[in-house]
Design a binder for this molecule. Structure first.
Ligand code: SF4
Length: 51
């Protein structure tokens, strides 16, 4: 587990107070048509809606 994985997506099942991700691991994918060049080109695949 990453010691300090910060995330502000508070609608995610794995989100914890203080903006911490509580998942044991996450998968991040490239969303760009070719190579990712900015953080906006990446996406957390591990996201799961609450509830
Ligand atoms: S799984 Fe992804 S979206 Fe969910 S809290 Fe962790 S980093 Fe954020």
């Amino acid at each position: 587990m990453m010691e300090d994985l910060k995330c502000s997506v508070d609608t995610c099942h794995y989100w914890g107070s203080g903006n911490h991700c509580t998942a044991n691991g996450i998968e991040v994918n490239n969303m760009a048509a070719t190579q990712a060049n900015t953080s906006d080109d990446t996406l957390c695949k591990t996201f799961k809606p609450k509830g």
